[in-house]
Design a protein around this ligand. Structure first.
Ligand code: ZN
Length: 247
């Protein structure tokens, strides 16, 4: 089975689709050089990510958690959007019913030019006050050094990274937006994610309940594969550029 003998039926579905929900995960950014938490280049000092990306870690030691985030911001600032991000940004222009729902916090969809992006897990390019919840943008060209002082809100309290940590719930408004986007879609694309974490794990079932065709784009088998209507065995960059050219 190659990706290309399966691309034609996917193109057929997408040509007729007005609204398309595109769920993206770590595999979307792999070709941009963004290291995953556990992959090569993703480990920082001797810490396990599970011990840093939690509210408990931040309460105990905000200096270390911010140092880790600044290190990750520096890595991500050097990454560049790949052909898959660029294909989705182009499709947003030619097919305005497409919406990206991403698990990634790296901001690469927006750097590629996408505007219709829902960030399910927040963004590494924003901070948020622990007290008054005011949010502030962080520019990739102005990332603080690991040892810079802790960032503070105008109200005097600490700012934290505006991302969803282990053990934290997603913003219910964001989940509701993802849910209705999939229910109203004419097709669901799931790109580069094993789709095991809520809410992404539930979205294919939401789609199937509404008879929305589900297309998986992934280099590997995932728990979703058996439930997908179409499977494209290719990287995000390869598959999405091929689809964009064909549409
Ligand atoms: Zn504040």
């Amino acid at each position: 089975m190659t990706e290309f003998n399966l691309l034609e039926p996917v193109v057929h579905v997408l040509r007729r689709a007005r609204r398309v929900a595109v769920v993206t995960g770590a595999g979307m950014s792999a070709e941009s050089g963004v290291p995953t938490f556990r992959g090569a280049g993703g480990l920082w000092r001797s810490f396990r990510p599970e011990d840093l990306a939690t509210p408990q870690a931040f309460n105990r030691d905000p200096v270390t958690v911010w140092a880790w985030y600044r290190w990750r911001q520096q890595l991500i600032a050097r990454a560049i959007p790949n052909a898959g991000h660029i294909a989705l940004a182009r499709l947003e222009v030619t097919r305005p019913g497409w919406l990206v729902l991403t698990q990634n916090v790296d901001g690469l969809h927006q750097r590629a030019g996408s505007h219709a992006v829902v960030e399910l897990h927040g963004s590494i390019w924003r901070s948020r006050c622990v007290s008054c919840h005011t949010s502030r943008a962080i520019a990739p060209e102005h990332v603080d050094g690991e040892a810079a002082p802790l960032p503070r809100c105008a109200c005097g309290e600490m700012l934290r990274p505006a991302v969803v940590w282990f053990g934290e719930a997603l913003d219910p408004a964001v989940v509701a937006q993802a849910w209705s986007a999939v229910e109203e879609a004419d097709a669901l694309l799931v790109v580069g994610t094993s789709a095991v974490v809520f809410p992404v794990a539930a979205l294919p079932d939401v789609a199937r309940a509404k008879r929305v065709p589900v297309v998986e784009i992934n280099v590997d088998d995932t728990p979703l594969t058996a439930r997908a209507d179409f499977v494209v065995r290719a990287t995000a960059a390869t598959a999405l550029s091929a689809l964009e050219s064909a549409l």
